[in-house]
Ligand binder design. Structure first.
Ligand code: ADE
Length: 227
């Protein structure tokens, strides 16, 4: 899979890809991440990428021309399954969307900044708009990182143990059960006996029960979800 991220602050997008699981996924060749500085596509006559809003109002707007130039240059080399704009008024990102996106070959994530992008970009070049939650960030970069991380860890071979992505919270509309590691007892706090019993049928049953209890208590809305 290849993810192209377009941003006016590309430096925000470096370090998360240089550590841990994402770094390993890149070095194994399972995913390719390319960050593009929108300023490299600045309109020559203005040497800028943003401008004031028509009609007045505070905040700058990212211009259509640099964005179109950048997207067109990328599209010359490959087809994209989705050209996604990160925005607080987009469709809410969730595990199901991450699962679907992880099946794609090439996607573009366009990060808004300042007030956002000229509406004509959204109307003509964007195939999907994603929000990572009901709050406003300073730009789409953190959202693009959240989406990239959630998607990349689902690509086969990225996680050492393939089961591990499938048993994540939300994969079956249930939160994950509690987990423990050594020591078996710490200052009187004990690991549940069943997990140390070696009886894997019982352990599975306990985990299922705990996942249901957890979900009922913290996120009952997930259990009502039909789809
Ligand atoms: N840009 C600003 N806020 C955002 C959000 N909540 N989700 C995605 N992109 C954003």
């Amino acid at each position: 899979m290849r993810i192209d991220i377009i941003s006016v602050v590309p430096e925000l997008l470096n370090s998360p890809f240089q550590a841990s699981i994402l770094k390993r996924a890149i070095s194994k060749g399972l995913v390719e991440i390319k960050v593009h500085n929108l300023r490299d596509y600045a309109v020559k006559s203005y040497d800028q990428v943003d401008d004031y809003q028509y009609g007045g109002g505070s905040g700058m707007v990212l211009m259509i021309e640099p964005i179109e130039k950048c997207i067109n240059q990328l599209k010359e080399d490959r087809n994209y399954d989705e050209i996604i704009y990160m925005t607080p008024d987009g469709e809410r990102f969730d595990q199901k969307m991450a699962n679907r996106l992880s099946l794609h070959k090439n996607i573009i994530l366009l990060c808004g900044h300042y007030k956002g992008v000229d509406q004509r970009v959204r109307d003509h070049f964007i195939t999907r708009e994603i929000s990572i939650g009901d709050y406003v960030l300073s730009g789409g970069e953190l959202g693009a990182l959240v989406v990239s991380d959630a998607v990349i860890r689902l690509i086969p071979g990225v996680l050492g143990n393939q089961d591990s992505a499938l048993t994540d919270s939300f994969q079956d509309d249930l939160l994950a059960p509690p987990i423990y590691t050594r020591p078996a007892e710490y200052k009187g706090m004990k690991v549940p006996e069943v997990l140390r019993s070696g009886n894997f049928a019982k352990i599975d049953e306990w985990r299922e029960e705990q996942a249901e209890k957890n979900t009922q208590k913290r996120r009952p809305d997930l259990m009502d979800d039909e789809c």
